[in-house]
Structure formats: structure tokens, C-alpha cells
Design a protein around this ligand. Sequence first.
Ligand code: F6P
Length: 317
Amino acid sequence: MRIAILTSGGDAPGMNATIRAVVRTCIFEGIEVYGIMGGYEGLIDAKFEKLIEASVADIIQRGGTILSTTRSERFQTDEGFEKALNSLKIFEIDALIVLGGDGSLRGAKKLCEAGINVVGIPCSIDNDMGYTDYTIGFMTAVRTVTEAISNIRDTTEAHGRANVVEVMGRECGDIALFSGVSSGAESIIVPEFPMNINEIAEKALVGKNRGKRHHIIIMAEGCGSAFEFAKEFEKLTGIDTRVTVLGYIQRGGAPSIFDRILASEFGYHAVYFAKDKKSGALGSVKGKIIMESFEDVFNIKKKFRQDLLEILKTVSI
Ligand code: F6P
């Protein structure tokens, strides 16, 4: 049997740990395994490289992806898609394992509909897929944001200021929510709820009157301009306000322990699903690894952790 693996879309810490688990499980099962370089672009151009035990040595702790990644526009075209199918035929690939986020798994769905045995593994710092509790890379991004906020808090406290910290997440507020709880931020602004600037301003002023000298507001990128918000907030409260856009720092770095374990589980199980000719995307639900059909993956709506928001509102005052 021959399995191929590719990484696509935005990279996520833990992709390498997943590749390692896939390759080592394949070798254990006597399955030949090929890495496709550069995501769906590499699939179109047939950039296949045979992977052996040593190809994945010393990568469990590394961010990024040894297979490199792209956001492929050619794969969206009929011509590109046909070429991709052709590459799989030429290399006699029995199953393909795709690591990536929403867009990449949509590509996996399309290949599956064309008759390819495909297993998708959710890798994205955004945690924006409803069918799985966690995507690989999310907890690492939350750790990075949390660490950055402790540094920001020191200087914010020293000056008695407010700091609006913009985080990634596309249309999903999970990075803001989880890092809000773990960093003790006073307020979060997420795309899932309309923002109430008066409420945020009142909370900051009540804190200030109590003697509080730092006000951290985390704003998810899907909520507009952090600079505009900061200007408005400063006008309302009179508190000197700065902005920090964390940006790509959130996508790199050594994966957290949680992500390394999840990556190992997903990588290992992906090989056995592929071996059994089962197609779909893997997820982690209440601590269990599941496979969801590509149909349902995009039909299950993402639920916002309202319980965590209530906790934040209660304890971060
Ligand atoms: O999907 C991961 C992500 O980092 C989002 O949080 C962000 O909106 C986007 O990718 C940035 O994409 P790019 O790397 O193409 O700039």
C-alpha cells in the first residue's frame, strides 16, 4: 500500500508532529509513504518525495511544516484539479492524508468526491471547525498569546495604561476567548457577539477607580480595526491606550504538549482509517478521536464556549 501526505493553507504548530506520527505508523505497518512538497500546488506538479524513518527525526518539537505549504489557487481550477488527480494516479497512491484548516479540508472533500481515499486532519491555529473540539496548533497559539500578554501587562501596569491586543482567528473568537481566560484579560471582543464599547469602558473605569493600573482588551482580528477601537476607547475613558498586533508570532514556535499529543493521536489513527479505505476528517470530541464524513464536517456549526466567557466576565474584573 502507498499513502501520500501533504500540508496545506496556513501552517500550524504540531503539523510536523503529525507528519512524524503518520510516517512512523506507516513504516510500522509496512506501508510506503510519500510526502508531497508545497500542499496542493505540489500535488498538481507531482512533487512527491519518499519518506523514511529518518525523514521525520527531530521534528516533533518544531513549528512550521517540513513539507512546506501553500494556499493554492490553481487547485480551484478544473485544469489544476485534473492534474492533481493525475499525479495521484501516476504515483499509484492508494490514500491521501491532508493536514490543514477549513479551506484545505474542502479540497480534501473534493478529492474524495472524485473517488480518492482521503483522510483529513484539522490543523489550524483558529479552532474554527464545529465538528471537532480542537484543531492542531490552537493551544500553542493560545500559549503564545498568553505569554505575550504577560509581557504587555508589565509595561501596561508600569504606565497605568490600557492595551488593545489584536489576535488572529479569522471569523472565530476562540484564540481571543481562551487566551482571555488564561491571561486574565479584562475584556475580549469576538466576532460571535456584537461589541459594546460602553460596557468595556465602564469595566475599565471601575477597575481604575479601584486602583487598577492595567487594562488588557483582546480583540479578535475578525472584529475590525484595533486602532479604531483604541482611539474610541481612549476618548471615552481618558485612559492612555496602546495597541499590539501580535500577528504571525501566533503561528510559529514549538508545539505545546497538548498539540504534540493530539498530533500523535491524529497521525496514528489517520493511517489506520486510510488502511481501512475510510474517508473523512478526523476530530477530537470529548477526548476521543472520531472520523466525520466530509459532508458533516462543513454542516456542523461551531459552538462558542459561552461558559468560558461567563467565567472570564466573573473573575477578570
Ligand atoms: O488560518 C490561520 C490564519 O493564521 C488566520 O488566523 C489568519 O487570518 C490567516 O491565517 C492569515 O493568512 P495568511 O498566512 O495567508 O496571511
